[in-house]
Design a protein around this ligand. Structure first.
Ligand code: GTP
Length: 318
């Protein structure tokens, strides 16, 4: 079976982090989110097509250097083709039912159970569905049994026909691919799912966990969620509080780390308190309290120095 993963977006909501690193390669609990997804695929997936555009070279280079246990190819777009256009662009790499993902989702979805339902219903397409309190920012599915009879992309508040949202993972038959116009920008949500509703599109509601890691808040939340399983106990120089993950080569002196905190490789901390934050590779901080923050790669937070600079400029009053 082949999988397609959509990773060509600009990741604007995560700027400035995504100016230097594609969103797909931003780490979640110290592993790039796309690598996590590829490594978690069921064994039956033997080939993965990455639909790339923005910062495609970095994604290609990353997967050329590692072995994820399956063939991974990149399929570039000269212009961003949107979610549907990007899938259509991968059509030649798909031989049967395709498993399609948005690249920035972390979830407990059971792909095998979803595939079982997909086969049993004979659907043209099956969408994983997740229940939320406020569905207005998402694609909303109206179900009759498992059949999706209505699909609304980002409906106006109050007009949602259910609280089940598109969880960004699909099973699609070749016939559904053929419905996507080739060679132009297409939103699969607005043009294809609305058309397929009531005509062979099914839903697979699931419970457990689901986060779209595409905003600063949800990026922190996705890291925190993974820490529930992947937190480590201790690190020299750190007093750890609650769930935290600290890269083995991080240099930490006299600092409190946690809860819900990830310290990336090569990070250095001296006399800091870091809570509910993610510090990416090579970031460093001295004498700082860091809360609810993402520090980009190599960012320096030096409160001793900033006090000196501010004092010199007359900005700091004691
Ligand atoms: P924002 O700019 O912050 O909205 O992020 P995004 O560009 O990633 O958009 P969004 O989160 O809505 O996209 C959902 C998924 O589809 C992400 O994994 C994107 O990388 C991917 N995606 C969106 N547009 C395109 C596209 O034109 N081509 C490809 N290949 N992937 C896309």
């Amino acid at each position: 079976m082949e999988a397609i993963i959509l990773v060509g977006g600009f990741g604007i909501r995560l700027r400035p982090l995504t100016l230097a690193t594609p969103k797909a390669l931003l780490p979640l609990a110290n592993v790039p989110m796309l690598e996590r997804l590829v490594r978690s695929l069921p064994k039956r997936v033997t080939k993965v097509a990455l639909a790339v555009h923005h910062q495609a070279d970095a994604i290609t280079a990353h997967f050329a250097a590692i072995d994820c246990g399956c063939e991974v190819i990149t399929v570039p777009e000269t212009e961003p083709l949107g979610t549907g256009g990007a899938m259509r662009n991968c059509r030649e790499h798909v031989t049967g039912t395709a498993l399609v993902f948005n690249g920035d989702i972390v979830s407990s979805l059971d792909i095998e159970a979803m595939l079982e339902q997909h086969r049993a219903t004979g659907a043209l397409g099956t969408l994983a569905l997740w229940e939320v309190d406020d569905p207005s920012r998402y694609g909303v599915a109206e179900l009759d049994g498992n059949a999706i009879i209505g699909f609304q992309e980002k409906p106006a508040a109050g007009e949602e026909r259910s609280r089940l949202i598109n969880a960004g993972t699909y099973l699609l038959e070749p016939k559904a691919f053929e419905m996507i116009p080739a060679g132009r920008k297409v939103s699969v949500e607005r043009e294809i799912f609305t058309q397929l509703a009531g005509a062979g599109l099914h839903g697979f509601p699931f419970a457990g966990s689901w986060i779209d890691a595409g905003t600063p808040e949800s990026y922190l939340a996705a890291n925190a969620m993974l820490l529930e399983r992947e937190a480590t106990a201790a690190h020299p120089g750190a007093s750890v509080r609650g769930n935290a993950l600290i890269a083995a080569d991080a240099e930490i002196a006299s600092s409190i780390v946690g809860p819900d905190t990830v310290i990336g490789p090569g990070v250095s901390l001296d006399r800091c308190v870091v809570r509910r934050s993610v510090l990416l590779a090579g970031a460093s901080a001295t004498g700082a309290v860091i809360e609810d923050c993402i520090l980009g790669p190599g960012v320096v937070v030096d409160s001793d120095r900033s006090r000196m600079v501010l004092a010199a400029e007359g900005e700091l009053r004691f």
